[in-house]
Design a protein. Structure first.
Length: 165
């Protein structure tokens, strides 16, 4: 056996070996760490009732928490700030009653006046209730939307939680 001939390799062999070593290194040894941006977790909110004026404070601009109301229920959608926050596709709904807008899928139908959602036509009311159900599965309910003349409920410092419809 001729030992020196065993170790004789050409340039093409050397390039193939280097290529294989680099591939093995990348896949098995060097693990690049993918860092996701840290999402600030806010403490759960205490349940309370909101008038439209009070709800407007929670639009993602004036307050880091984002709330929206639908079908008389107020949800904390802060976790979905990419959708409901400033600049998001549903950002116009932040801090507002979204019932009519989501029921008609026309975001410009957001109103700054209190409306009784039960007065909507049946088809729109059904669509609004479906949206409410979807939101209740994803976001905690933090209270109710009430008219200025209504009396708020006392929730005894209960924390907001997911509350399936």
């Amino acid at each position: 056996m001729n030992i020196p001939s065993v170790f004789e390799i050409g340039w093409s062999d050397l390039l193939v070996i280097i290529f294989i070593v680099v591939i093995l290194y990348r896949f098995f040894i060097k693990k690049t760490e993918i860092r996701l941006p840290e999402v600030k977790q806010l403490a759960p909110m205490r349940k309370r009732d909101f008038t439209l004026r009070q709800l407007r404070e929670f639009n993602g601009n004036d307050n880091e928490r984002i709330l929206l109301a639908i079908c008389g229920r107020v949800f904390d959608v802060t976790r979905g700030k990419d959708f409901y926050g400033p600049g998001g596709p549903y950002g116009i709904l932040a801090g507002r009653d979204a019932t009519r807008a989501l029921a008609t899928m026309q975001l410009e139908h957001v109103s700054d006046d209190y409306e009784d959602w039960n007065q909507l036509p049946q088809a729109e009311k059904s669509e609004a209730m479906e949206w409410c159900q979807r939101l209740s599965l994803k976001y905690p309910q933090v209270g109710r939307l009430i008219a200025d003349s209504d009396t708020p409920l006392d929730y005894n410092d209960e924390l907001a939680s997911l509350d399936p419809f």
